[in-house]
Design a protein around this ligand. Structure first.
Ligand code: PGA
Length: 258
């Protein structure tokens, strides 16, 4: 039970980005081995989003374990002439149960708009995947005092209208906190997550009350417990610190103290 009294099972998801070869399976297996025991007894759901090339191989090893797998992006269409792209259905077929959409690196590197992100989230739902929808302000936007407007605007435009707590997770990731070692203060995180919660409830009612809102951006073993204890923070999207099983597990274990 979180601080607000809502019963939301937290999710700690590792985003490996463009890192990892077949040999990295050992890290995923170390996470799996440390999480032995009944799923319900774990303090949080645990997910790894490796590069798409590794999903099927990881699924073969992790399939019956509590470690869930996710893709890092998908194409809006189920199939077709889109060289180099990957459909949500393909991720599902390879063994993923979720896909990250709208990560700021996709928005920046590939010019993805919130409308694109929404189409990808709809594709995830069509394929039976959970969509992890990323939103977050740049440093300039924070300095300009427009954080809440930017984040809520992205949320409104990126999230499919019929999203539910079961098929969608929101990830708030301030762009300036990603990979920099910087994080917002707990009070700032509380303000943004509170605003996201209010938006979700206004749009989706009880589904919005139950939807998970992850924090992402320089989550590390030494700041995880503080960040995860903030009201309306229902887990973490972890980049760099998810590449080493020991660091990632230390973040998962932050939940034993919250
Ligand atoms: P980071 O990345 O933990 O390395 O800051 C987070 C993310 O981009 O999801």
């Amino acid at each position: 039970m979180g601080k607000t009294g809502r019963e939301i099972r937290p999710l700690v998801a590792g985003n490996w980005k463009m890192n990892g070869l077949k040999a990295s399976l050992g890290e995923a297996m170390a996470v799996r081995d440390a999480l032995q025991g009944p799923l319900a007894s774990l303090p949080a759901e645990v997910m790894i989003a490796p590069p798409a090339t590794l999903i099927a191989g990881f699924a073969a090893e992790l399939g019956s374990s509590p470690v869930l797998l996710a893709g890092q992006d998908c194409h809006p269409k189920p199939s077709g002439a889109h060289t180099g792209d990957i459909a949500a259905e393909m991720l599902k077929d390879a063994g993923a149960s979720a896909v990250i959409v709208g990560h700021s690196e996709r928005r920046t590197d590939h010019g993805e708009t919130s409308a694109d992100v929404r189409a990808k989230a709809e594709a995830a739902h069509r394929a039976g995947l959970v969509a992890i929808v990323c939103i977050g302000e740049t440093h300039a936007e924070r300095l300009a005092g427009s954080t809440l407007a930017v984040v809520c605007g992205q949320l409104e435009e990126s999230m499919p209208e019929l999203s539910t707590a079961a098929n969608t997770v929101v990830a708030y990731e301030p762009v300036w906190a990603i990979g920099t070692g910087l994080t917002p203060s707990p009070d700032d995180v509380k303000d943004v997550h509170g605003a996201i919660r209010a938006r979700l409830v206004a749009q989706l009612g009880v589904e919005g009350e139950a939807m998970r809102i992850l924090y992402g951006g320089s989550v590390k073993p030494d700041n995880a417990a503080t960040l995860m204890a903030v009201e309306n923070v229902d887990g973490a999207l972890v980049g760099g610190a998810s590449l080493k099983a020991s660091d990632f597990l230390a973040i998962v274990r932050a939940y034993e103290n919250v």
